[in-house]
Design a protein around this ligand. Structure first.
Ligand code: HEM
Length: 424
């Protein structure tokens, strides 16, 4: 897809630079003339939206770090006192950063489910997908470290619960897990040393993410985009130059996304937050329910659905590792769910399943649903949800791909989009 470069330097300076560092050529070939399928829909604008989100998090994060103090005594006041009340527009920068994390995850989930629906992980795009999974894991780690920094009750207890998961290794080799846990803490509990290292890592990881995003987009530019039909580009009539067609489309949807983002920042800045985090961390008082941010809830529900700690941790880690194998678990010859009637239904069930797991993850561990007088402990819903999640990837994907009869695929993208107007 990359093809021949069509870049022609426009000035003496560009000619000079091009023979030394062809960076203008690279930008021209990847962002201006790049042949892009002509049928990309709204769901294809989220890659650009994600790049924007990453930039926003880095810029606002750097400004916040200028005023933040990473010490157990001062962190809470440096955020709630100094940044929120004293620094000019500190409240705005903080709210953009904290709501930005939620918007980033909202966009990444749409981006991932889009990839699953259109079979974008299938050959020859396996590496794009795997780099995406790596970015997702790095995003979860970054968000977890970031949530600890304001040093509220949920910051402290969330950090305690998650780091303590390593102590499950005690069941494999006695003392190993506890040793790793106190090594991670830098002491015998989450404290000053923990906060300092989490701050350091929270500052570092976004730049690692930026590097992996570079690889992700590089890998994308080798085969070019997949598209909602999931069929290959057959010739120039199937594509459009990236600029102005997709630069304009991306900018339009980014603007809509920004309206939603601004609505949260200005009208409901604490919508995604937990009120317990407005209370300074207190190692002597445990909150009634320890819950992570919404974007980690489905995995939290899986962890809690299993009473045995080590197995719970393995189920949680396994659910994430599963994503790496997706390109090889799907046995279908057809990429897009548009032509896969059975898979389409299983896909939407997976979306519902993740929402249901998220709901269960947000409830108390011993909560129950009352159904016509009967009490159904939510932990059973979490088990059912976990079973479907694993079943979807390890059973449904390979089996449905073999038994399903897909609908007939269109001859070409141009034919499907333009109908009779397409050139033969
Ligand atoms: C910081 C996070 C990320 C950024 C900035 C990013 C960026 C992009 C961009 C710019 C594109 C091309 C435009 C588009 O298809 O939307 C893309 C495509 C893609 N991304 Fe991501 N991405 C991120 C995370 C992920 C994650 C977490 C996954 C999956 C686990 C993923 C999987 C894919 C796939 C499979 C494609 C190819 C889609 C296709 O051609 O149909 N990405 N990404």
């Amino acid at each position: 897809m990359a093809g021949h470069s069509t870049y022609v330097p426009a000035s003496g300076f560009e000619r000079w630079l091009d023979s030394r560092l062809p960076i203008m050529r690279l930008m021209h070939d990847t962002m201006t003339t790049f042949p892009t399928p002509r049928n990309l829909n709204i769901w294809y604008t989220f890659g650009g939206i994600l790049t924007f989100c990453l930039a926003v998090q880095i810029v606002t994060g750097i400004v916040l770090a200028m005023h933040y103090v990473p010490s157990a005594d001062m962190a809470f006041n440096s955020v709630e006192g100094r940044i929120m009340r004293e620094v000019n527009y500190g409240w705005l920068i903080r709210y953009i950063h904290s709501n930005g994390a939620s918007m980033f995850f909202l966009a990444v989930y749409i981006h991932m489910f889009r990839g699953l629906y259109y079979g974008s992980y299938k050959a020859p795009r396996e590496v794009i997908w795997i780099l995406g999974v790596l970015i997702y894991l790095l995003m979860m780690a970054t968000a977890f470290f970031g949530y600890v920094l304001p040093w509220g009750q949920m910051s402290f207890w969330g950090a305690t619960v998650i780091t303590s998961l390593f102590s499950a290794l005690d069941q494999v080799i006695p003392h190993l897990g506890s040793a790793i846990t106190s090594w991670l803490w830098g002491g015998f509990a989450v404290g000053d040393a923990t906060l300092n290292r989490f701050f350091s890592l929270h500052y570092l990881l976004p730049f690692v993410i930026a590097g992996v995003v570079g690889l992700h987009i590089w890998a994308l530019h080798v085969p070019g985009n997949n598209n909602p039909l999931g069929i290959d580009v057959k010739g120039p009539q199937d594509t459009l130059p990236f600029h102005p067609y997709y630069t304009v489309k991306d900018a339009f949807y980014l603007s809509l996304f920004l309206i939603l983002f601004a609505a949260f920042v200005f009208f409901a800045p604490n919508f995604f937050g937990n009120p317990d985090n407005a209370i300074q961390a207190n190692p002597l008082v445990t909150p009634q329910d320890i819950v992570p941010e919404w974007y980690l809830l489905p995995f939290y529900a899986m962890l809690r659905s299993i009473p045995q700690k080590l197995i719970g941790v393995l189920v949680l880690v396994g659910a994430l590792v599963t994503l790496v194998f997706v390109p090889w678990l799907d046995t279908s010859k057809v990429r897009s769910c548009r032509f896969r009637p059975l898979m389409k239904q299983c896909f939407w069930l997976l979306v519902l399943d993740c929402v249901m797991l998220g709901y269960v993850g947000a409830q108390s561990a011993d909560a129950a649903l009352s159904l016509g007088g009967m009490q159904l402990p939510l932990v059973w819903l979490a088990r059912l949800g976990t079973a479907y999640y694993y079943g979807f990837f390890w059973l449904i994907m390979p089996i449905v791909g073999l038994i399903e009869t897909p609908k007939a695929l269109p001859e070409s993208i141009a034919k499907a989009v333009l109908g009779a107007k397409a050139k033969a």
